[in-house]
Design a protein. Sequence first.
Length: 168
Amino acid sequence: MRVLRVSDAAALAAAYVRNRAYLSPWEPMRPEEYYTEKWQAADIAKRLVAHEAGEGHPLGLFDGDRLVGRFNLAGVVRGPFQSAGLGYWVDGDYAGRGLASAAVHAIVDMARDELGLHRIEAGTLLHNAASQRVLLKAGFQHIGMAPRYLLIAGKWQDHNLYQVVLHD
């Protein structure tokens, strides 16, 4: 796993195309351009600006040259909050192998040890048991449910909310 580069745009676009049906129940509806190298390059470039400012960490999980997962530590807030949000997915061909769990563990360690964050938050659809297991294995705790939290698969859906506190 490493920080994405603009040169990863083709691999990222290919991963989204390959996983379009697999990810569709868990993600917002996307315009057709989203699945292109051009769109992904522009998005990575924006996220790298945020990364340079310390406001986010766009990460890719690779198997050789093949991008097989995306992890975003985003919305980093400093000051008294010291918090960020986490979003992620793993390629359908690689799901169930513990890759997401290992990556989230590594991100938790990085957030605590390198970034000095106090907490990370994440949300899952109520029926996304696999993602909930990933978070719980990484030390996240369920902190509530947010009704109609995000527009996913074309409708406003409830989400379970989780957090991990990194310092006592």
